[in-house]
Design a protein around this ligand. Sequence first.
Ligand code: FEO
Ligand code: CA
Ligand code: CA
Length: 689
Amino acid sequence: MSQIDVPEIDRDNLEERGIGADKTFDKVLEASVGRRHFLRGTATTAAATAALSAPGIFLTGNEAQAATLPLTFASVAETKADKVTVPTGYEANTLIRWGDPLFPGMAPFDPTKQTPADQAKRFGFNCDMVAVFPERFGAPAKIGRLPYPSYLMCVNHEYTTGTNMFPGYTGSENESLVEIEAHGISVLNARILNGRWSYDVTSPYNRRITGTTPIRVTGPAAGHAKLKTPADPTGTLVLGTFNNCAGGFTPWGTYLAAEENFDQYFANRSKVADAKIALDHTDYTVTAGATGRKWENYVPRFDCGKPEGVNEPYRFGWMVEVDPYDPTSMPKKRTAMGRFKHEGATIALTRGTNKVTAYSGCDTVFEYVYKFVSSGTYNTSNRAANMDLLENGTLYAARFNADGTGVWLPLDLNDPVSGPLLAAATYPDGTRRFQTQADVLINSRRAGDAVGATPMDRPEDLEATVDADFYGNGKMYIILTNNSSRQAASSTATVTSGSRAGAGRAVPAKADAANPRGPNRTGHIVEVTEAGNDHTAKTFTWRIFLLAGDPAAAATAVDNVALNGVSTFTGDRFGSPDNVTFDASGNMWIATDGTPSSYPFNDGIYAMPLSGTPGQPVAVKRFLSVPAGAECCGPLMSPDNTSFFIAVQHPGEDVAGVFDNAQSKWPDGEYPRPSVVWIRRTDGGRIGS
Ligand code: FEO
Ligand code: CA
Ligand code: CA
């Protein structure tokens, strides 16, 4: 296939905007926002702060450590409406849609005239994670506090569905190559003026990273034999990133994109001759035969039965780090953070040591919760010194004990306890599974098995409550979306469906203390408190924060929300929590993915206070609903709580309708278009009140 050209970057324009590191802050701010918006007194004070403290990224997990302010908006009703439904007094507006141009001079999007080269310059399909950085790194980023109107927005494009993208989809070569370019990440320059958001199509920061963009492999697994292919004999340079679900953002101003269900892109695992490679790929459920996408018909690296494809799945399932401030920079796959179906990666710093912790779940039933702790320390005054902090560190998997305690188990061959357990793990032919630490990282799932981690009910988002400088308070929330295969606590069955059942892995399927419902149709949330409130701790305590479902359900119903006879929440019913953000008032805002599988209404956003009393129910309110067939992704609250972003993913996705005959025609009444949406109060006030 043809290589996609990377758009030329206007270097002079970047310099004018302050990309050069030698500019004083005031000059940079002038260059960035223009004199007409420049309030010198405020900016000077803030500039001094910015120079000495951590860079003020637009949003961190946030200031959820602050006192809780009440959520006074009127809940939206349960609805199947084909629109973004918000409370009275709020408005929802589309920022960017699938197909919108990211470069100047492009024609309006025409779904009947798609080409790979054209898609590579437009906003991709099925937007998911959303993160925002101030255009000038280090600039105070509090919206409303400074006249700082310009941000770099990073958005993931998780996956494509040909039937929703092309009229009369057949799986042709052109359609397949367009889909490959519709994956990856978009970077766009988003602006706020008078409380309203738009994006600048002419900005030199705008960028697309797609399924063919060159990406460097770094860390312990770089260059490993399993990562080598005929096209990349060094095992260090991959084309593209796929299934970028959620992600994260770092104090040093980089964006993290997770590679989640990468297995679905690769065909013909059953034709892999090497039994160990075939088993490795079975551990990640790589497709046994043909894929529904048909890419393998046109691009040999997607066919595991061919030399070009046999190792290609090993090159996905990693965390990808992107520097949005340098549009010419090559993204990096960080192998030290492990290979699994990463939902995302959320960063928390530990005050005092300045170690970096990244929390990440493997989003599959009966899989594990992980954290990565950096070897190096965060430098508060030197951005360049932090750029490879995610290259070296220790990966842990979590064990949840029934007594409310827990252990972070190092996935480290050199650890005195874990090392022998990892060394004892074998393939069926008796050979050692983990010869090197790189082997451990390449199959983190099996490493988690070996050390005795706890299989969980699909770990989606893991979010620590951190302050504006990314320092955490030891609290971390695990969002477990559901697990219909979880059995009753009395069951003696092992897992027979879902995670790795075909790979000879036998784990008990019964409910346990941390996953107390079998089946778990509607999901739950676990609150972790790290020992000593230190995010690098080896032990923790935990409690069930909430069981999702229906507070009005009967005690014997599968969606009953009581734990030990005490309801865990009151208010609006919901199912399948997925990603969360926090506001500055101590509330958690949860996006759902799969509520319609339990209830006859659309997915959406639910808000609740974090500072509930253990054992007492929290009050949950439905803040918005997304259009028909969509899941709600990328929740993001601005620090001043006046802007809220969501990504509306797969509107209209269903089996009954295709393209313009889908169940959704949102947002324009023509055909469904995944889009990023911003919400605000019509009077510009604090969202939630
Ligand atoms: Fe892509 Fe884990 O949701
Ligand atoms: Ca997700
Ligand atoms: Ca999801």
